[in-house]
Design a protein around this ligand. Structure first.
Ligand SMILES: [Fe+2]
Ligand SMILES: [Fe+2]
Length: 222
């Protein structure tokens, strides 16, 4: 096992937990749906505990928890982008804003879940010893919680989407796009020209459909 690579990974995983904890604080404060509020608080507390566990694991493996690996910096940049989208979503209606916050949680938890899955797979590769025991103890406590975080976020996001589609939440205001700014004079459509109608399609949407592959041309006799 390359200890340096493991410590770089653990630094990245710690950053994911730190940023996840921060995300739960932001979305938890403004969630009006009682279930969302309660779950964000609960998962935020568990994420805080995951930070502590990873800090201990890094020390157990001879590392320094204050070290920030290059991929940890990337993880931080990705998380900051998620939080930036939370600001963009500010002027949207409540249902859309809450769905966007939950989608950010789902994205963050997908990465968080993958990190612990990797540690769980790593255990299978390690010989008996101190390192294996330390990772096993961490995974045993955290992995079931990561399963729950991800499953809940997926299910709840689908529920919120269905409620909105079926008209069970207040309809969004038609001019809400105009109100979405991420800086005082910068409209969201200048940053992200989403295809609102045929005149404003993204460039890629105007391209012809992909050519059939050589294999499919042969099978159809073309
Ligand atoms: Fe976590
Ligand atoms: Fe998580």
């Amino acid at each position: 096992m390359n200890n340096e690579v493991v410590l770089d990974k653990l630094s990245e995983f710690l950053m994911v937990e730190q940023c996840g904890w921060q995300l739960y604080r932001v979305v938890g404060e403004r969630a009006s749906d009682p279930e969302l509020h309660e779950r964000y608080e609960e998962f935020g507390r568990e994420t805080d505990r995951h930070r502590t566990i990873l800090t201990g694991l890094i020390r157990d493996l001879g590392g320094d928890p204050d070290y920030v690996s290059p991929t940890a910096r990337l993880a931080q940049a990705k998380s900051e982008a998620l939080l930036a989208s939370a600001l963009v979503a500010g002027p949207l209606g409540e249902a859309e804003r809450e769905a966007n916050d939950l989608e950010n949680v789902l994205l963050a938890e997908t990465k968080d879940h993958a990190d612990w899955e990797l540690l769980s797979k790593l255990i299978e590769q390690l010989p008996t010893g101190k390192t294996k025991t330390a990772i096993e103890a961490a995974v045993a406590e955290v992995e079931p919680q990561e399963d729950e975080h991800l499953e809940w976020a997926q299910t709840k996001l689908a529920t919120l989407g269905l409620q909105a589609i079926m008209g069970q939440t207040s309809p969004p205001e038609p001019d809400r796009l105009e109100k979405c700014v991420i800086e005082p004079d910068l409209k969201i459509k200048q940053v992200h020209p989403a295809p609102m109608d045929k005149r404003n399609l993204l460039e890629t949407a105007k391209l012809p459909a992909a050519e059939p592959t050589p294999a499919s041309r042969t099978s159809t006799g073309a």
